[in-house]
Ligand binder design. Structure first.
Ligand SMILES: NC(=O)c1ccc[n+]([C@@H]2O[C@H](COP(=O)([O-])OP(=O)(O)OC[C@H]3O[C@@H](n4cnc5c(N)ncnc54)[C@H](O)[C@@H]3O)[C@@H](O)[C@H]2O)c1
Length: 252
């Protein structure tokens, strides 16, 4: 029996990329899943089914409160409980600018609406169900980019970095209140990690990263197992923390 047998976990941003990889790993460990995204999660659901995992797909924009409430309601209606929330949906790609003067403030607002507000709204949406159960685990996806100064002027994205710093702050901001209901909240901060969104690479292609202690960038298998652990009962006493998964590139 898998370590997550019997648990119901809601994964946002599950249509592809790392969200899909997390979902498939959680299914392989025995979880039943609700898969939420603005894109179609059918392929992810099929991959979860290959692992023996039941999956509900949901069309959700996490920046809209009514949609996040409906997401939680339908998840609870289908499975009768919500044990975990993986706040993975995020805007990350195509945001690089050469100067802070080039940041389009409409884009800034959208990045914060999805990455920060969306994370908070999804937490709010599942809270009544987890409180009722007196149990739950929330894993918020931050970023290793919050721990360093941008490497080069072609990788400046102050709006993204700021929104991901907000994710870690949201974790700390809600951990005490939710802790009173036996709900633990954790941030993960992956470093650069390849996925099926990187067209030239397979999911297990590790690129060299000389500045990392382990000498390479991450691949999905480096992060998915950590998330499976965090949703397991073995991690129930970790809360408010940020877990950095970057091969030793930045040290926290
Ligand atoms: N890949 C990396 O190197 C890396 C490193 C650190 C953190 N992260 C974070 O991990 C998460 C996943 O990264 P990824 O590489 O798979 O990114 P990705 O862009 O491939 O996937 C993000 C997913 O979120 C979905 N999404 C976007 N806006 C949404 C919205 N409003 N509502 C619901 N879903 C929405 C997208 O449709 C997509 O499926 C993101 O939060 C990202 O910021 C990624």
């Amino acid at each position: 029996m898998g370590r997550l047998h019997g648990k119901v976990i809601l994964v946002t941003g599950a249509a592809a990329g790392l969200g899909r990889e997390y979902a498939v790993r959680l299914a392989a460990d025995g979880a039943r899943l609700a898969l939420a995204d603005i894109e179609d999660c059918a392929e992810t659901a099929a991959r979860c089914a290959d692992q023996g995992g039941e999956a509900l797909t949901l069309d959700v924009d996490v920046s809209h409160e009514d949609q996040t409430k409906e997401m939680a309601r339908r998840t609870h209606e289908r499975f009768g409980r919500i044990d975990g929330l993986l706040n993975n949906a995020g805007l990350m790609r195509g945001l690089a600018v050469k100067s802070l003067l080039d940041v389009d403030m409409d884009v800034w607002d959208r990045v914060f609406a999805v990455n920060a507000r969306g994370t908070f709204l999804c937490i709010r949406a599942v809270t009544p169900y987890m409180r009722q159960q007196n149990s739950g685990t929330i894993v918020n996806v931050g970023s290793g980019s919050t721990l360093r100064i941008a490497r080069a002027v072609d990788s400046l994205n102050p709006h993204y970095t700021s929104s991901k710093a907000a994710v870690a702050a949201i974790t700390r901001g809600v951990a005490r209140e939710l802790g009173a209901h036996n709900i633990n909240v954790v941030t993960i901060a992956p470093g650069a990690t390849t996925s099926d969104r990187d067209p030239a690479l397979t999911a297990e292609d590790a690129l060299p990263e000389p500045e990392a202690a382990l000498g390479r960038r991450g691949v999905p298998g480096d992060v998915t197992g950590v998330v499976a652990f965090l949703f397991s009962d073995d991690a129930r006493f970790i809360s408010g923390q940020m877990i950095v998964i970057n091969g030793g590139r930045e040290v926290y």
